[in-house]
Write a protein that binds this ligand. Structure first.
Ligand code: ATP
Ligand code: MG
Length: 424
């Protein structure tokens, strides 16, 4: 045999039975989006590299070291597998002038790619649900996108997840803070790690996002952006806090929450759990009022979040309430191949009536077929045996309820008794 070809490191297959939990999650998300009137969008997985370089910022972890970038061998275009969803959605809205008739509330679900060291909760292909609300400047939309996460945690049976919020203010406020930050870190240059040294002048705010424990004391003592915010920024933040309070959503103001992309302003937030080890952030987002203009559109405000599906489902598996994987209503047993045309016709009628029916394939004895029926989880076996067929009937045997009796049903009109097979 040839050497087996394996999946790319950090990129995972999703197989049954785990895929059932995934589908349940997506169904739950779609139902949530309907309740909040967010509409589905899909953008390409591959984008022109400058979209991310310009959109996310040159001096960010993602752009500096995590992107899967390559040159299109046909035309030399620099391309990148999308590392996040916001830049692409904003690009699409600009390209299609989609905000011409007002704001848009959108969501997406799909794979993202980052070249990171694979570990629990951190993969090279991972998946996000995200929302983007474009064209709305007010803090009520900040509250809305945050609260829809809480609603999702409830739908998934996750109970309380901690909410951290912060305000990054506006670019001019950040500039004043930046100068103070550089002065602070310069005064303690010897304590900076290599990453921080490099970012000291290019993007000192990023230093606050460091995961290096040795730098924590220095970061703790750094000047806080909050004290550089002007009246309008503070008002926006206060309004958001008042709405979260009114909705009964607890939060913690975390002045060190800066997020990993440069496009954010005003509100930023993260949902964090302590049940997933080091990768505890299951959702992060914020406002990005400058991004539309940055990718070449008319200025328009925006806010959104991205949620790591693998991390959320890890949490669901620990404490959530995923329903059991769906099983067929019936399993069709066909002991003699001669009965197959009748069996095929009958199960098609039942399926058209909305039942989930698994047809035995591959022959085998009655005993073998019953074993498969049992393993399928189906509540009923349909037995297309010779005796039954001679009477133009099929035997229906309950597989899960020992007190229920086997009955015969007419083959003439399966739709008439289809409902009696439906799972309770
Ligand atoms: P982290 O600090 O854990 O690297 P991040 O700030 O880079 O996260 P975001 O860009 O905000 O992450 O993405 C939103 C969410 O996507 C994260 O909160 C997380 O749940 C998930 N996520 C990000 N990177 C990965 C990854 N490599 N593998 C799995 N999930 C991820
Ligand atoms: Mg990251």
């Amino acid at each position: 045999m040839a050497d087996p070809i394996r999946a790319v490191k950090g990129m995972n297959d999703l197989l049954p039975p785990d895929s059932a939990r995934w589908q349940w999650f997506e169904d739950t998300v779609r139902a949530l989006m309907r309740r909040y009137a967010y509409q589905f969008v899909r953008t390409p997985i591959v984008e022109h590299t400058p979209l991310f370089v310009r959109g996310l910022g040159e001096v960010t972890d993602i752009v500096e070291k995590e992107m899967y970038s390559f040159v299109d061998s046909m035309n030399g275009d620099p391309l990148t597998l999308r590392p996040e969803g916001t830049a692409g959605v904003v690009r699409a809205m600009v390209e299609h002038n989609a905000l011409y008739d007002g704001g848009k509330r959108l969501f997406y679900i799909g794979p993202m790619f980052r070249h990171e060291r694979p570990q629990r909760g951190r993969y090279r292909q991972f998946h996000q649900v995200g929302v983007e609300a474009l064209g709305y400047a007010g803090p009520e939309v900040d509250a809305e996108v945050i609260l829809m996460c809480r609603a999702l945690w409830q739908d998934l049976g996750l109970g309380e997840v901690r909410l951290d919020i912060n305000s990054l203010g506006q670019p001019d406020e950040r500039r004043a803070h930046r100068a103070a930050l550089i002065a602070h870190f310069e005064a303690h240059r010897d304590q900076l790690d290599a990453d921080a040294q490099r970012r000291l002048h290019s993007n000192p705010l990023r230093i606050l996002d460091t995961k290096n424990p040795a730098m924590q004391p220095l970061v703790e003592a750094a000047p806080q952006l909050m004290s550089y915010l002007g009246e309008a920024s503070l008002k926006h933040f206060d309004a958001l806090k008042a709405m979260l309070d009114a909705a009964g959503q607890p939060f913690r103001v975390n002045p060190r929450l800066v997020r990993g992309m440069d496009y954010y302003n005003l509100t930023v937030f993260e949902w964090v759990t302590d049940k997933l080890g080091a990768q505890g952030t299951i959702c992060g987002g914020g406002r990005y009022d400058g991004l539309m203009e940055l990718v070449g559109g008319k200025p328009a405000p925006g806010i959104g979040w991205g949620m790591g599906i693998e991390r959320v489902l890890d949490l669901v598996q620990q404490i959530g309430s995923a329903p059991p994987a769906p099983v067929p209503d019936a399993y069709a047993i066909v002991p003699d191949a001669a009965a197959m045309p009748v069996a095929v016709r009958t199960v098609e009628v039942l399926r058209a009536a909305g039942l989930a029916v698994q047809l035995h394939a591959g022959g085998g004895s009655m005993k073998t077929q019953f074993k498969k029926a049992d393993a399928s989880g189906a509540r009923h076996a349909l037995i297309f045996g010779g005796d039954e067929l001679a009477r133009a009937e099929v035997a229906v045997k309950p597989l899960r309820d020992a007190t229920a009796a086997q009955v015969s049903q007419p083959l003439a009109d399966p739709a008439a008794w289809a409902a009696s097979l439906r799972n309770a």
